[in-house]
Design a protein around this ligand. Structure first.
Ligand code: ZN
Ligand code: ZN
Length: 354
């Protein structure tokens, strides 16, 4: 039912887009409109047409029973042009932020008289607000992530290295019900945690380390994304201080987050806390991002965001402080924006000091 509504909404925009039809090529957009998770394009006009190849034929029938299916044997452009010509299309929209220049040029040549209209961020806004079906799936992905974290946190100890730690996280995500990882797992210890996006190394965990874990389970195409920072052993004063500031920044942002607030404004709430504590220069990235069929999608929650939060949006809140040579702390939850606040969907525990 959700799929029909999503496709119908896009159909209703064709007039305003001044196009007879639109070609969807970005995998997340194809999936959003058709439910199809394999490789292929979709054309939306008065109906929805899915063009894939034999590798995904059965999957397409299964996932998108309502779409007209074209199983191509040669290149994509041939059947696309043939279909568009058969329905007398004159102006056809395409995803300007996804198709490569060569793909566009080759398509234009194949289409002859049919005009290609570049469309930017075609489904960015509709996808920002999640429907009930999407929320249910995202909640499952987050629950899997929480469960994997609980198992890993119990298991990890000094002596194992970051790659082993990342592997264990990935193993537990799959065992807990994840289809795959949402992105390359970050497992950074000690000074390596100073890199916001560290890659797991051979470094062995030692007592006294900060250990930063950023990972997520992908379930039915929806991406969980969570960061937890652990301490191996009794916290030092510095670790208490930095962790406490990051947690305070995150807590304030979660308390402030609600529909109607600007993404920039929400970023500012957390950034103020970090700045006031004297670590403003050590929080270089944005506070958060929308999350769903892509790990990073709209709305932006950053200093440059022009988005306004609305009920039904799912965003991360992930302040961090990174100090070269010392390490870093980031704490990241996914929240669901509601009319008068937000619901924290991530359930994994955080550290609390007295
Ligand atoms: Zn993350
Ligand atoms: Zn994130």
């Amino acid at each position: 039912v959700s799929l029909e509504i999503r496709a119908e909404r896009l159909r209703n925009r064709l007039e305003e887009l001044e196009a007879d039809s639109v070609i969807l090529s970005a995998p997340a957009n194809v999936r959003y409109i058709t439910g199809f998770s394999g490789e292929g394009w979709a054309i939306v006009d008065s109906q929805t047409t899915l063009i894939t190849d034999s590798r995904y034929e059965l999957r397409a029938k299964d996932e998108s029973p309502d779409a007209e299916l074209i199983v191509r044997t040669g290149s994509m452009k041939g059947p696309v042009a043939e279909y568009l010509a058969s329905c007398g299309a004159e102006r056809v929209g395409f995803e300007a932020d996804h198709l490569t220049v060569s793909q566009r040029d080759e398509m234009a040549e194949e289409l002859g008289e049919i005009e290609l209209v570049p469309l930017k961020s075609l489904l960015r806004v509709p996808r920002m607000t999640k429907d009930g079906e999407e929320l249910a799936i995202l909640r499952r992905a987050i629950a899997v992530t929480d469960e994997a974290f609980a198992r890993v946190a119990e298991w990890l100890e000094p002596g194992i290295n970051e790659k082993e730690l990342a592997l264990e996280i990935e193993r537990q995500v799959l065992l807990a019900g994840g289809d795959k990882l949402s992105f390359d797992t970050i497992a950074a210890s000690g000074p390596n945690a100073a890199h916001p996006h560290a890659e797991p190394s051979d470094r062995k965990l030692r007592g006294g380390d900060v250990v930063k874990l950023d990972f997520g389970a992908c379930v039915d195409g929806y991406h969980a994304d969570m960061t937890r920072t652990l301490l191996l052993g009794d916290p030092t004063d510095k670790q208490r201080e930095v962790y406490g500031i990051v947690l305070e920044a995150q807590t304030r942002a979660i308390e402030a987050c609600c529909a109607g607030m600007g993404g920039k404004e929400l970023d500012g709430v957390a950034r103020e806390v970090v700045k006031a504590a004297g670590y403003g220069d050590s929080f270089g990235h944005g506070l958060g991002h929308g999350v769903g069929l892509e790990v990073h999608e709209g709305p932006a929650v950053s200093q440059t965001s022009e988005d306004t939060l609305e009920a039904g949006m799912t965003v991360t809140i992930e302040p961090g402080i990174y100090l070269e040579g010392w390490g870093g702390v980031r704490i990241e939850d996914i929240v669901l924006v509601t009319e008068d606040g937000c619901e924290v969907l991530t359930g994994a525990p955080k550290l609390h000091f007295d």
